[in-house]
Write a protein that binds this ligand. Structure first.
Ligand code: GLY
Ligand code: MN
Length: 463
């Protein structure tokens, strides 16, 4: 947890922003509850993961907390129950609700279920109730019921205000992100060193997860470790590493303070790239470097995505896999055939930061229209960049036989795509290379002390 002034300052900033938007009433904040895995929560629960917006404004990392903030007075009140003797028998003595609240600068507290009474009383007085889109089902049900309106009628002004504040990382957050990036470095290094023909994918995953758990809260998302990189999020780890393949490892650590890292590297399983693998790898590597070189305040990440995809198409054109004018093929969406995802996303307390609030609120400015095209339309972060944004830089090239067949069948890109040449790539797989990047006042820097080896020669020599 950070010092209490951090939470006080954040809540003040939110209240100020709501007041400036002419809003009044009460804002609801929901912590998560504990969830049973089998049997009961007490007997066998899932690892508790607190709600990220709750962590950001209230810090307390325990289940069954809720809070309100009065926009007119700025007063915050938390709702939670002190432990009783039954809890103490199983969990040991716990700090009181009041003392935990004091640690994050809140002086008013009441029993957990009083939050619903507080909302009911405010509604009776005709006050506006503001709530955010909710992620977990328990909170979805409780919030909609308490506020007396469907979840779809969440408070847009509160959602925008929260997103704007959380998008710009504070110094204390950047310190956490740097540290967890270093854990990601160690986790990825161990994974990479275990890649060799005959190794079990599960073993490599387990080794990596062990580091995530020994250095932090655990994994920041389910590890993607696959010799079928053309499947973007492949979570099956039951294979044996085969010679001559490409192994995509996309994985991250979540710190004890719940900040995420998210790196991807792709390795030739035999230790050396084939000519074909190296050619495609070089293009993805050049794209990763190029996107980073463009990243600075003022440019939109949408424009960085578009410029990077054009660079990728130039590389593919040099190999004869596409032909014609690169600007034209880019406008027609040919990039999406090879990279059907965006260049990157926001990162912070969530690996895809705040996407529970809605991708478009977080990744797009008010008025910025999201494209429909495959690839550009999948871009999760399109905003003009500002110092303090933390984003990923993760270009990739994939040869997805079903997608190629679909493009071909629908007559897409006949002027640009060399479908015959692509036939030689049906069993290629995919390559993705991802770094975590902080936008600074005059440019950008990668998070963490050291960068995972990425240049093709460096990859071969370290393998
Ligand atoms: N690292 C997984 C993703 O960004 O989707
Ligand atoms: Mn990512």
């Amino acid at each position: 947890m950070f010092q209490k002034e951090v939470y006080v300052r954040r809540r003040e900033a939110l209240v100020k922003s709501m007041q400036a938007a002419g809003q009044k009433g009460l804002m609801i904040f929901m912590g998560n509850i504990a969830v049973p895995s089998q049997g009961t929560v007490e007997g066998n629960g899932y690892s508790f993961r607190q709600d990220s917006t709750w962590i950001y404004f209230f810090g307390i990392d325990e289940p069954h907390w809720a809070a309100t903030i009065d926009i007119e007075t700025g007063e915050a009140k938390v709702f939670a129950d002190d432990v009783d003797i039954d809890d103490i028998i199983w969990m040991g003595p716990q700090p009181s609700v009041a003392s935990q609240a004091a640690e994050v600068g809140v002086s008013k507290s009441a029993p957990y279920h009083d939050w619903e009474k507080e909302i009911a009383a405010a509604r009776e007085k005709g006050r506006t109730i503001h709530f955010l889109p909710q992620l977990r089902y328990y909170n979805k049900m409780r919030v909609a019921e308490a506020a007396g309106r469907p979840l779809e009628e969440f408070s847009v002004s509160m959602t925008r205000a929260v997103a704007e504040i959380r998008l710009i990382k504070e110094a204390c957050e950047i310190e956490e992100l740097d540290k967890v990036s270093d854990s990601g470095f160690r986790m990825h290094s161990a994974g990479r060193d275990a890649v060799r023909p005959g190794a079990r994918e599960m073993e490599i995953c387990g080794l990596m997860a062990g580091i995530a758990h020994s250095e932090g809260w655990g994994l920041s998302f389910a590890t993607i470790l696959t010799q079928h990189g053309e499947t973007l999020h492949n979570h099956a780890h039951n294979g044996i590493v085969e010679p001559g393949k490409l192994m995509v490892i996309d994985a991250g650590v979540e710190s004890l303070t719940h900040y995420a890292s998210d790196h991807t590297r792709t390795y030739p399983t035999s230790g050396k790239f084939t000519t074909k693998q190296r050619e495609i790898y070089q293009i993805v590597y050049d794209c990763n470097e190029y996107a980073f070189s463009l990243t600075k305040p003022g440019i939109s990440y949408r424009d960085v995505h578009i410029a990077t995809v054009k660079k990728m198409l130039e590389g593919l054109k040099a190999l004869g896999l596409v032909k014609g004018d690169v600007d034209e093929m880019s406008a027609k969406g040919i990039g999406g055939l090879f990279m059907p995802h965006g260049l990157g996303h926001n990162m912070g307390l969530d690996v895809h930061d705040m996407e529970d609030l809605g991708e478009n609120f977080v990744g797009y400015e008010e008025g910025q229209v999201r494209a429909k095209q495959l690839g550009l339309g999948n871009l999760r972060m399109a905003r003009p960049l500002r110092a303090g944004h933390v984003i990923t830089d993760e270009p990739g090239i994939y040869f997805i036989p079903d997608l190629i067949a679909k493009f071909k069948k629908e007559g897409l890109g006949y002027d640009f795509v060399n479908y015959q040449a692509l036939e030689g790539y049906y069993d290629f797989g995919g390559i993705r290379l991802e770094d975590d990047v902080l936008v600074t006042a005059d440019g950008a820097r990668r998070l963490g002390t050291k960068r995972l080896p990425i240049a093709p020669d460096d990859i071969e020599s370290i393998l």
